[in-house]
Design a protein around this ligand. Structure first.
Ligand code: KG4
Ligand code: ZN
Length: 330
């Protein structure tokens, strides 16, 4: 069974083919960084237009890489949301049309469910029930996952997501878009002793997050400083430590609350190396932690193809409606 996965929810056009016997047969990601960089952030209309330009060539490329003809496909999965509506619509329309033309089962996947399932593409797989920390540009939430499709929300952010906080802080410090990974790089050169930033909500006995106050704190610190390169590094370090400590502390709380001993961390911020390092240092040995491989932390087609495979193998197929949602609760 070969499932084509298509992801176009934000600023990456991504395509993959998943086969349960072979795993990911091929995948490709086209990042729109160069398109949006002059504007310092994602411009939704430009994102949609770029997906239109890149999607068909990318599908052809992945089919060739996988040595797969269109006739070898057994199903199609696409991101139906949440995301930038014009961007989602491009992938959704293409996928649904191809599915109709080739009479293939076609399913819309929730983008965050795709992220959640990305660690299942690795050899060692999480066992249910587990806790999932989903940290992306649009979401920060903790969930108890009892089975695929059985999710209990334990807590989420009241304001910015962790990824958004990384991006906005990077912008405050004058870093180019996309700021999150850049900020993480600067943090490596930071002096750990110079600044100590607050850890909002960390000691509240719940799984709720808040990151917007931290961003304000960064701004005030930057304005009061001499604004040199070393200050950038030191602020990046202190900021990253705060975010990582909050994510770790809330995840441990969720594990205690649910009495689970497995944790899945996925979404763009799960690519953060300091987060992985501190988890290795601070987590009790009794807790098993699963991350996707680096390239499947941020947006990719593989996670959508895999989520689609699970649904299609269960006999699911959507009707002919094109599903495209800016907001969509998991
Ligand atoms: O999952 P993702 O690719 O897209 C969304 O679904 O939003 O996540 C993107 C987010 C961005 O906010 C980006 O800054 C953040 O993930 N991110 C990182 C790192 N790599 C990506 N944040 C911190 N450290 C990183 N290494
Ligand atoms: Zn994402």
């Amino acid at each position: 069974m070969n499932i084509l996965g298509i992801e176009t929810s934000c600023d990456e056009t991504a395509v993959a083919i998943y086969n349960p016997n072979q795993g990911i047969r091929a995948h490709a990601i086209y990042s729109q960084t160069q398109t949006h960089q002059p504007y310092g952030g994602v411009i939704p209309e430009l994102a949609a237009r770029d997906h239109i330009r890149k999607l068909v060539p990318l599908v052809r490329h992945v089919l060739t890489e996988a040595d797969c003809a269109i006739g070898d496909l057994n199903g199609i999965a696409y991101t139906g949301g949440p995301g930038l509506i014009g961007a989602v619509l491009v992938g959704a329309t293409f996928a649904r049309s191809l599915g109709y033309a080739r009479n293939l089962p076609t399913v819309a996947i929730h983008h965050m469910e795709g992220h959640l399932l990305a660690p299942f593409l690795e050899k060692e797989q999480p066992q249910f029930p587990f806790v999932a920390l989903l940290v992306s540009g649009g979401h920060t939430l903790l969930m108890q996952v009892n089975a695929i499709g059985e999710y209990i929300l334990l807590g989420e952010t009241l304001d910015d997501s962790a990824g958004e906080a990384f991006d906005k802080t990077a912008k405050l410090l004058g870093l180019p878009y996309p700021g999150g990974p850049e900020l993480a790089k600067l943090a490596e050169k930071g002096n750990p002793k110079r600044f100590q930033f607050p850890r909002p909500m960390m000691n509240r006995p719940n799984c709720t997050f808040s990151f917007s106050g931290l961003k304000t704190h960064v701004w005030q610190t930057w304005l009061k400083s001499n604004q040199d390169e070393q200050t950038r590094y030191d602020i990046a370090y202190a900021f990253q430590e705060s975010v990582v400590d909050i994510l770790i502390s809330k995840s441990l709380r969720a594990l205690t609350q649910t009495q689970c001993n497995e944790l899945v961390i996925a979404g763009g911020v799960s690519a953060n190396l300091r987060l992985r390092q501190k988890i290795a240092e601070k987590f009790p040995r009794t807790v098993k932690v699963y991350f996707p491989r680096h390239e499947f932390c941020t947006d990719n087609g593989a996670m959508i193809a895999y989520a689609g495979y699970l649904r299609i193998a269960h006999g699911e197929r959507n009707d002919l409606r094109i599903i495209s949602r800016a907001r969509w609760p998991l």
